[in-house]
Design a binder for this molecule. Sequence first.
Ligand code: ATP
Ligand code: MG
Length: 430
Amino acid sequence: MVDELGKIRRTHLSSSLDPSLDGQRITVMGWVTAVRVHGSITFTTIQDRHGPIQIVAKRGVCADEARSILSALKPHSSISISGEVSKSDRAPGGIEIIPHEIRVFSAVTKTPPFEPAAISIKNIDTRLESRCIDLRREPLQHIFRARSSALSAVRNYFLDNDFTEINTPKIIASATEGGAALFSIFYYDKEAFLAQSPQLYKEQLTMSFERVFEIASIFRAEPSRTNRHLAEAISIDLEEAFVDYNDIMERVADIVMVAADAVRQYTGFKFEPPNTDSIPQYTYQELSERIKDAGSNMEWGDDLHPSWLRKIRLEGLYFIKDWPMGPKPFYVKTNAENPDISESFDLMYNDLELSSGSTRIQDRHTLKSNMQKKGMNVDSFEPHLNAFEYGMPPHAGCGIGLERLMMALTNTENIRDAVFYPRDVDRLGP
Ligand code: ATP
Ligand code: MG
């Protein structure tokens, strides 16, 4: 049997209960986390969005019906309890509730795959298969609430700095970051792709809005089975007119700082985000020399492998700038003095890449010849190239992976725990 919500409403959240309410009649709502029957007393703990509440049903003090309903409940059932507040030194918040009326909105009959209060569960797939209840567990509640605060702080930073929030198409006609890492889809009678990044659109939007940002999904079809790659991730993208990559590095440092402060101020749990005071900058050249000195056989032009970065003991937040031109996408600008290196940077946390950014090319001919050198189909980019005929400003920007940023700020090992419903090579559900 299922009770309806009807006209009944919650009067108090767990956080607003305290001993001064002793004797008052209130209504609370939430999910059952534990039921313990001790002879003639049933202790039930429920959880609402702020924390736990203890319900004590004692024979002779509350109706037998209320006690028998509570005694039969399984964890995760969603219920409301109307009853009387009673002071109690042993209960959370210093109060417990003597139930008078119970509504069971949804009675659980299945045994859950893990306890609601479990702190760690070995197999992440067990959790992901039951993600809706996994997300009720305390460690994840803290990560996602801190994530929400960080996002809000970042959004405010952008708005305070005169950026306009944009939304660009996620269904696109051709690759922007190059290569095979694209999901293809049916688009009416044509083939289309899911966007790897908002790159070309955000560049074009600097022509009309100067400073733009987007916080949205990017899709990467790389078959990477790691703790840092998702098939669908959230990117905090920004693009700005009349600046270069040095200015963007300052922006990124500011953004990471406001996000870290938001996580620090999150009151539910004491996260210890890395120091954001002054983020060191190393050139690719400098680090490649250190890596070679440490005995690794890297070649100039190689990507800097996480194991190499670990070997030279780079820790905390740092920038790697002035990357070789070779592996960079076609829209990245060459350094004016040295054509082999690009005006680009990555922001790192230990060996994890959090962000990539660069000064972009604003000249149509250079852009076109870069595309040709990379063997790209120039014709399919003609609409984009056309934009460069109409006053493209010098511009620069970057993308920051939100999940990767949250891994760094909340000390989370697996990127799947920084996203509500992860998508990866082996997972397309729930
Ligand atoms: P990596 O080398 O770590 O695979 P990338 O250099 O291919 O990353 P970029 O194209 O530079 O990634 O994307 C900008 C940012 O977006 C990255 O620094 C990262 O934070 C995030 N990002 C990119 N790909 C993924 C992914 N598959 N899963 C999660 N985040 C990602
Ligand atoms: Mg990158």
